[in-house]
Design a protein around this ligand. Sequence first.
Ligand code: AMP
Ligand code: MG
Length: 312
Amino acid sequence: MTAIVPIQPGTLSLAAMHLRGGGLVAMPTETVYGLACNAANPDAVVRLYEAKGRPRFNPLIAHVANMEMAEQEAVFSDQAREIAAKFWPGPLTLVLPVAPTGTVSDIARAGLDTIALRMPAHPGARALIETFGKPLVAPSANRSGHVSPTTAQHVKEDLDGKVDLILDGGPCDRGIESTIVSFVGERPVLLRAGALETPALEAALGAPLIAREEADGISAPGQLKSHYAPNARIRLNAEAPEPGEGWLAFGETPYPGLNLSETGNLREAAKNLFAALRTLDTQHDRIAVARIPDEGLGEAINDRLARAAHRD
Ligand code: AMP
Ligand code: MG
């Protein structure tokens, strides 16, 4: 049994103690709950991959508390530094060349000479990284391929007994994973749409981001077609539920079910998405999902839904 504890000075020191001993601690972030371990400890990282059942070729994001920590791990171009200054702390991950002073283990980077870095905004995550004092790798705290956790209880449902401690920071504010941008090539490439809207990034860059599919030689491992998968079958862009289907609505609807946002607010829909999928999954074998507009945060929501619906 893994304990769920509130975030306080005492539980933060306990968590840091587990981390120093090579343990795994679930922590809240503004995107989803992360499963954290010492990024520099290869044994801890192996334990983390095993607890999640995550394929080893899928590299992890290293979470830092400040720019000093970030610059020790990665080489920032002027443009990358500008974007970090504007959007960090926040739900944005930057892929950068690894620095010679980098401490993150090879296994966490899946052997790449690049590294994914994020400075989370959640006070609980920041406090844990600061207390520990070094970068933490933290993929979502769920079994690989399953629906991401947005509450401490979700983490327990997936990983009870496999993690040393769960820090409870309440439900995640953003509800979907970070946006990932690579600054490794000539021009920035969008590797994953996420909680930071692409238009906000493009406005800051003054140019459109290159799509992953159009970028040559940029490695984007681990972006699997099937992911976030509930047990139920998912039908997307539905006008109405069919008999026997659970209904995941967006905006006004005459049908009973769960609603991502009655007012059609994408921010609210993102926040509710994974919890709603988990709930409907316990009640139905099939789920129909209303059409979500593909603009702003809708891009990231539709990406998650497409992968939840995908069957190999
Ligand atoms: P998550 O599964 O949410 O922890 O996000 C991790 C994702 O970040 C991976 O699946 C990769 O797609 C991406 N990523 C991490 N490190 C790198 C890297 N060095 N190069 C490219 N993508 C990376
Ligand atoms: Mg995940």
